[in-house]
Design a protein. Structure first.
Ligand SMILES: C[S@@+](CC[C@H](N)C(=O)[O-])C[C@H]1O[C@@H](n2cnc3c(N)ncnc32)[C@H](O)[C@@H]1O
Length: 277
């Protein structure tokens, strides 16, 4: 486990993932019945930006740094959650578990899984005494089998692996199929990197052939996805997207690209239906 998210916290890919995550949580909260969220690869919960790993890469400057300087209205639900930590000294950026927790209603629940001992310990500290959040230092892939289906029978599952292993897309495909088998009505959201097109195309084709239905992919790329060793863009694959996903997420992607894009270098966004309902 070499990947440490602290180096990348608040970068453009985090902003895309988190803005869409906030939209998904808002959609879950449209119905009064309590819901469960499983964050399979949760990270440390928060990162300091102006010291340590994030300061060393400076990636956040091309992500949340730009959104802070010029916040688009359509991103307000996401940026309003980020702003207090970002304005603090030292500046911080909340990870997925903190964003999720901020949008739970009384009665909703989060299970956050993180395998790295230091990050899991930080998560435990962050949520100590919080009865709506369970932190597990465990394998998130294995948790999909153990924690689904939830007793609430309503749930959002965020799968955000580090893509360190060469077969991570294959693992994700198999995990989605198995987890969907256990919890067919769950909303599954899986983040993926876009470096060059070939692996992404293979993944989306595998999802088309998986037998699962109702799948969309939301993507944003900063430059033409041609360099296989550079993170040129990212996507979120959603199985069972909530009502009006495409209509409401399209302007969010456009606003993100407007602030984060590199202008005229093959940048773009796409909302693609991978499998019909
Ligand atoms: C991309 S980061 C997660 C970022 C977080 N979801 C967010 O949005 O703020 C991936 C995390 O997965 C953790 N990890 C790696 N393999 C794991 C596994 N098998 N199960 C659970 N966590 C794992 C890494 O330590 C890392 O913190």
């Amino acid at each position: 486990m070499n990947y440490r998210h602290a180096f990348h916290a608040g970068n453009f890919a985090d902003c895309v993932k988190h803005a869409l995550l906030v939209w998904l949580l808002g959609a879950m909260a449209r119905k009064p019945r309590p819901f469960f969220v499983l964050d399979t690869h949760a990270g440390a919960g928060e990162a300091v930006l102006d010291a340590g790993p994030a300061a060393r890469t400076g990636e956040w400057r091309g992500g949340i740094g730009r959104l802070r300087d010029d916040p688009p209205e359509v991103l307000a639900p996401y940026l309003d959650l980020v702003r207090p930590a970002f304005a603090a000294v030292p500046s911080r950026y909340p990870g997925s578990p903190r964003l999720i927790r901020a949008l739970l209603r009384p009665g909703d629940r989060l299970a956050a899984c993180e395998l790295h001992p230091e990050d899991a310990a930080a998560l435990r500290r962050a949520f100590r005494g919080d009865r709506q959040v369970q932190v597990h230092q465990r394998d998130g892939w294995e948790a999909l089998g153990a924690l689904l289906p939830p007793p609430e029978r309503r749930g959002l599952i965020l799968i955000d692996p580090p893509y360190e292993a060469a077969d991570e897309f294959d693992r994700l495909t198999a995990a989605l199929v198995a987890a969907h088998g256990r919890f067919p009505s769950g909303v599954f959201a899986a983040w993926y990197p876009i470096k060059h097109r070939a692996p992404v195309r293979r993944f989306l084709t595998a999802m088309q052939e998986s037998g699962l239905r109702d799948i969309v992919a939301a993507e944003l790329w900063l430059r033409a996805p041609l360099d296989p060793v550079r993170l040129n863009g990212c996507g979120l694959l959603v199985v069972n997207p909530p009502y009006r996903f495409a209509e409401e997420v399209a302007p969010i992607l456009d606003a993100l690209l407007d602030r984060l894009g590199e202008r005229g270098t093959g940048e773009g966004t796409a909302l693609t239906r991978i499998v019909d309902e």
